[in-house]
Design a protein around this ligand. Structure first.
Ligand SMILES: Cc1ncc(COP(=O)(O)O)c(C=O)c1O
Length: 498
């Protein structure tokens, strides 16, 4: 297919060229009703293509025209049989993939460090998670990957697993042996679902880890907005026919997605796909080469360290995406949170993510050398100011390694719809959690709804330095109280909140 084509963007331009009289929503009528600073700032063109579902522009729920052609081009670019535009980010795609693959009571195998949208997918579908703990890196305090051996072992223990969910690559650019995991799952007739939020560029360059579709996975949600240049909130769902069915995926998406999809977001998907499919090899080569130089120069600054290819020696790591640069900061005596705050406050530099031990920056097709130089010189200034030599990392030796996964008492969906009480955390031991408590980053839940709150869980929460650790998910941010399931309400799906 000719990847230079952008059928949806062209259809919008055609609508405007025709000077069509808009007696339809949205109410601002191509910007006329939104005069003022917002329109002056964004310009009238973006409002002119903020249109609605019309026969000439097509229907996302039953595409027959330009959306269908744009989705076919996306499928072709990603080596898939079908592609779907997502307007609620990869989170929406993750909900849909899980609902399309599994139903109430079905077991789905997944790493513990999945994105929170996966839990929502479990609640929506009624499926039951079977968790695998990923390998963990203490130097950076980050999860690595799950292994094919863990997947094989899980099938031996639970032969009735109905789907395997893999995050590939992770936020940190860590890829597992996906092809091998697919072989194991397909050998049992089980589909493989991939969270490819950080992999929209993989298929366009050979230096990068294999993409989900190349590895033979059945379905994948891809954050085009994070890596390939479309607008925030726009993502793609791609799939292969076989163990999953196109009509079923479309049906599920129609339950979940808005009936008023943004044509601005969808047009940006169309154009970003064309750009990366046509120019991706060159653009990504530039990004990989720039990232290689940035990594090398960071590793020359005393006190900072960015991991590279040597990470592949770890058992669960098949490959790394070199464009993701995770930089250990604690040898300088600073947490990643502190480095992020200083970069922000003193250098006007905003970064992607920070953790106790590290900061993370992605180098993308949007980066240019001058910006990278500014970042590197800020790091060099920090090293001069804070460099204390070896030993300064001592206060950080306690990595945020999570406790054992607590025992599950009921499926997530049942827990979320059960009656609940609020109890002081000192009296929570032995109760069943009604909420998720998560250290973010790295995003590994300590406990999720339906799991028993063990003393190990409480000791771990107690041991965290709450001033610097970002605990997420709980209703009481001070963590003096916890929401637990009412003892009389256990198992009563659909009961009102107490
Ligand atoms: C691994 C992973 N999966 C899924 C998501 C959700 O993607 P989105 O923000 O496009 O909804 C994220 C977002 O950060 C993520 O890091």
């Amino acid at each position: 297919m000719d990847q230079r084509n952008t059928p949806l963007f062209n259809a919008l331009l055609h609508y405007i060229e025709q000077n069509t009289l808009p007696f339809h929503s949205p109410a601002h009528k191509q910007g006329v009703g939104l005069a003022g600073p917002f329109r002056d700032f964004v310009g009238s063109n973006v409002l002119a293509i903020d249109l609605t579902v019309l026969p000439d522009l097509d229907f996302l729920s039953a595409p027959r025209g330009p959306i269908k052609r744009a989705q076919e081009l996306a499928a072709d670019a990603y080596g898939a049989d079908h592609a779907f535009f997502l307007i609620n980010g990869t989170s929406g795609g993750i909900h849909a993939m899980i609902m399309a693959a599994v139903g109430p009571g079905d077991k789905v195998l997944m790493p513990r460090n999945v994105h929170k949208s996966v839990f929502a997918g479990l609640v929506l579908s009624g499926a039951i998670p079977v968790y695998l703990q990923p390998e963990y890196d203490d130097r950076f305090g980050i999860p690595l990957q799950i292994t094919p051996e863990q997947v094989e072992e899980a099938f031996r223990r639970d032969p009735d697993i109905k789907a395997v969910f893999v995050v590939n690559p992770t936020y940190y650019g860590i890829a597992t042996y996906l092809r091998r995991i697919v072989e194991i799952a397909h050998g049992r007739g089980v589909p493989v679902i991939v969270d490819e939020a950080h992999g929209a560029h993989l298929i366009f360059n050979d230096a990068l880890p294999e993409s989900a579709m190349e590895a033979g996975a059945d379905i994948s949600a891809i954050s085009t907005h994070k890596v390939a240049g479309s607008m925030t909130q726009s993502s793609l769902l791609v799939m292969k026919e076989g163990l999953l069915d196109y009509d079923r995926v479309q049906e599920i998406l129609n339950y979940l997605q808005s009936t008023s999809p943004s044509f601005v977001l969808m047009a940006s998907l169309d154009v970003a796909r064309s750009n990366i499919a046509v120019h991706g090899d060159r653009l990504i080569k530039q990004a990989v080469s720039l990232a290689g130089e940035v990594r090398r120069r960071i590793n020359e600054i005393p006190g900072f360290f960015a991991f590279g290819e040597e990470m592949v020696e770890r058992g669960s790591v098949a490959a790394i995406d070199p464009t993701k640069i995770t930089i250990r900061t604690v040898d300088l005596g600073l947490t990643g949170f502190e480095v992020e705050a200083i970069l922000n406050r003193e250098f006007d530099i905003a970064i992607e993510l920070s953790g106790e031990h590290y900061i993370l920056i992605p180098i993308t097709i949007g980066d240019r050398r001058d910006r990278v130089e500014r970042f590197l010189s800020a790091l060099a200034r920090l090293a001069q100011r804070f460099g204390k030599g070896p030993g300064s990392a001592d206060r950080f030796l306690e990595a945020v390694r999570p406790p054992e996964i607590p025992p599950a008492v009921m499926p997530p969906r049942q827990a979320v719809f059960s009656k609940r009480d609020i109890v002081p955390i000192s009296r929570a031991a032995g109760r069943v959690s009604a909420e998720t408590i998560l250290v973010y980053p790295p995003g590994i839940p300590i406990v999720t709804p339906g799991e028993r709150i063990t003393t190990e869980v409480l000791d771990y929460i107690d041991s965290l330095n709450r001033e610097t650790t970002l605990l997420q998910g709980m209703s009481d941010p001070s963590l003096l109280t916890l929401q637990v399931l009412s003892e009389d309400g256990l198992g009563n799906v659909g009961q009102q909140r107490a």
